[in-house]
Design a protein around this ligand. Structure first.
Ligand code: PHE
Length: 339
């Protein structure tokens, strides 16, 4: 009996079929009620007790293998059928789904567009930077808290190499290789070592601007920013400048725009004040000009910097900053119309 099982196993391994019908015939031949393997199982009763275990195992193995082989053969015809007969070539194609621009890209492009109409050109630079371009050339004292581990990501074992915390580093790179007049905007991603929450992230995006020439004044800065605010948020937008401090500008200011929701009357968005803070700005500190090889007795300049997420929040009222980097298509699709 063992000999018969072995022989049948060889047969099963060599099974072939050229159609689904042939495969079904094989199933009948081996596995149906009157099939060869079923017959073997019926003969099992007459096997002497001491051989039952060995023969039983061999028959089971044969049955399993035969079932597997025949199913394989059947499956191969099933897929061929699907490839050929079952496709309806007259059906309308699935619509092609186009992607949409990321809301931060939309806002970045809008900002870049406004300033390029004012004659600013675009500059980009490395995200992994050295201390000089991010801090020292920007007039940060050695003990300034922004250099602290709390704010800045350092590259391990290279304390001089950091992830830029602002795109002012790009302005430094422009100044060191180009004499005025300089009129650039520098968009890009920046990094700060902050706990991630709805209101803060360890990276975000900025656009910074720099204008250096003879006779540049604070009035020029104010006019450019007013024009920007009106273009970005609407003709009725007003601006307000509040004195502030940055190491790289003197005097420095922070700029608010009249609330984009209530227009200045006071609402929950502006916490009743009527104003929303959107950027930092000021006249370039003479130390910054000198550190970057520009004669501060001849040239003056202004600079400003804003967070793209912040502007996007004001335009689209996104409540949670994390949505910008999670890439949930349900969120991204909401900006389809703005593309
Ligand atoms: N670099 C500043 C920041 O990252 C923004 C800024 C740029 C402020 C230029 C003033 C002038 O917050």
């Amino acid at each position: 009996m063992l000999e018969r099982i072995k022989q049948m196993m060889a047969e099963v391994e060599a099974l072939k079929a050229t159609s689904a019908e042939e495969a079904e015939a094989l199933r009948v031949k081996y596995l149906s009620k009157k099939g060869d393997i079923t017959a073997l199982m019926n003969d099992f009763r007459s096997v002497p007790a001491e051989l039952k275990k060995q023969v039983g195992m061999a028959i089971n193995e044969l049955k399993n293998r035969a079932t597997e082989r025949i199913n394989e053969l059947k499956a191969s015809f099933a897929s061929v059928d699907a490839d050929t007969d079952d496709i309806d070539i007259t059906r309308t194609a699935y619509p092609v789904e186009l992607g949409t621009r990321h809301p931060l890209t939309i806002v970045r492009n809008e900002i870049v567009d406004i300033f390029s109409r004012l004659g600013f050109s675009l500059a980009e630079g490395p995200e992994v930077e050295d201390d000089w371009h991010v801090f020292s050339s920007m007039n940060f004292p050695d003990d300034h808290p922004a250099r602290d581990m709390q704010d800045t990501f350092f590259v391990e074992s290279h304390p001089d190499i950091i992830l830029r915390t602002h795109t002012s580093s790009v302005q430094a790179r422009i100044m060191e290789r180009q004499q005025p007049p300089i009129r650039v905007i520098c968009p890009g991603r920046v990094y700060r070592n902050e706990a991630i929450s709805a209101r803060a992230h360890c990276f975000f995006h900025q656009v910074e601007g720099l204008y250096i020439d003879k006779d540049v004044s604070f009035t020029d800065l104010k006019q450019v920013l007013l024009l920007f605010a009106k273009e970005m948020f609407g003709e009725d937008t007003q601006i307000r400048l509040r004195p502030s401090y940055f190491p790289f500008t003197e005097p420095s200011a922070e700029m608010d725009v009249s609330c984009t929701i209530c227009g200045g009357k006071g609402c929950s968005m502006c916490k009743g004040s009527g104003w929303l803070e959107i950027l930092g700005c000021g006249m370039v500190h003479p130390n910054v000009l000198e550190a970057n090889g520009i004669d501060s007795t001849i040239y003056k300049g202004y600079a400003f910097g804003m967070g793209i997420e912040r502007i996007a929040n004001l335009k689209y009222q996104v409540k949670d900053l994390r949505l910008f980097s999670e890439n949930d298509v349900r969120f991204l699709r909401e900006f389809e119309a703005a593309n």
